[in-house]
Design a protein around this ligand. Sequence first.
Ligand SMILES: Cc1cc2nc3c(=O)[nH]c(=O)nc-3n(C[C@H](O)[C@H](O)[C@H](O)COP(=O)(O)OP(=O)(O)OC[C@H]3O[C@@H](n4cnc5c(N)ncnc54)[C@H](O)[C@@H]3O)c2cc1C
Length: 376
Amino acid sequence: MDLREFRAGLDAWLDEHGPELEPRHGPDVTLDEEMAHLAKVKRLAYDAGWMRWGWPERVGGFGGSTLMRAYLGEALAFRDLIEPGVYSMTEVLAPTMIEFARPELAAEMVPRLLRGDETWCQGFSEPSTGSNLGSLACRARREGGEWRVSGQKVWTSLAQFAERCVLLTRTGTPESGNRGITALFVDMDTPGITVRPIRAMHGRDEFCEVFFDDVRVPLDRTLGEVDGGWAVAMDLLPYERSTSLWHRGAYLRQRLARLLGSAPEGALDPAELGEVVQQVFAFQARSRATQHRMARGERLGPETSIDKVMVATTEQAVYDLVAGAVPADIALGDDADGDRWRTEFLYSRAATIYGGSAEVQRNIIARRLLDLGAER
Ligand SMILES: Cc1cc2nc3c(=O)[nH]c(=O)nc-3n(C[C@H](O)[C@H](O)[C@H](O)COP(=O)(O)OP(=O)(O)OC[C@H]3O[C@@H](n4cnc5c(N)ncnc54)[C@H](O)[C@@H]3O)c2cc1C
């Protein structure tokens, strides 16, 4: 199937099934319900085949261009059937898993993620390790035929729902930096793992603290080489800054259209609106080029930091516009529409933190793309 056929077929399927896939919104909708809704959308899209296009056949996909995956998330986000942050965890974690896991493991696990039977989480950040990932401390030592993991992760999105975790551990000496890190694929129901959700200011327990107390992980759950986990992390982060951001761009356009349709007469300043529309389209133009590079098989790298800075700035500009146009919704947010604007406005503040903070992205752009000198 080519992209044109894919788009036409998917659009027809969504026209038919859209009403059945619509989520509920409002102050009474819990994260558990949102996650159950996401699983339903993925299952129906997988069973109808759409979720399988653009993924390799060796992990249950139908092959074809990765642009199909970009379009599927775009169509779901634009029709307001998914929230792109939770939907796109698949785009963040699965490509690296396919690249670095044993082929049998990837073939067993990836279809479960694509079909919505499972949720996975990303165990990178720790209480004293976010931007400076190379100094992480969660320790894995080899004992007999297995790893024994002890330590703590934090800000682990959706860990309370996750069946698996892509986990970065310290296997070298504490001073070994990014040369002594190993990536593991861990079952979250293993004894010794404790997950404590954290309530964020937008009212959702989206992320968690995760504690590992002498957790046993089979050696064949190692992703890539022992002490080669930095390569896994460097492979994954550009995915976190590519297709998932394309989906978010589609979502921002949809929300902007909604604002235009619902804001009171005269509430939007035309100049501010024009500026924000321009930002959304500029980001989409940038992200489109990234999608096409990925589809050509090019390896993504530090240049995706530009995409990340642009989408985060754009998202905050969109919701600053919302705050100016419907201030009462942001302050009170007591009906379904208002609650949604309020929740999204608050969540947009995190856009310049997750997936690598804006300052650190600008450092990457300055030092690695523009060659403006090393970190002092
Ligand atoms: C909503 C959300 C979801 C998340 N989900 C996950 C997840 O699923 N898995 C996961 O592992 N992590 C997750 N994170 C964590 C995220 O990756 C980190 O918060 C981020 O990398 C920043 O690290 P930090 O919080 O330790 O801040 P720090 O690294 O301590 O940074 C603090 C401040 O200092 C600035 N700073 C740091 N270093 C430099 C530097 N060299 N130059 C200039 N400024 C600098 C930063 O920009 C920031 O403003 C999530 C975060 C959020 C907000």
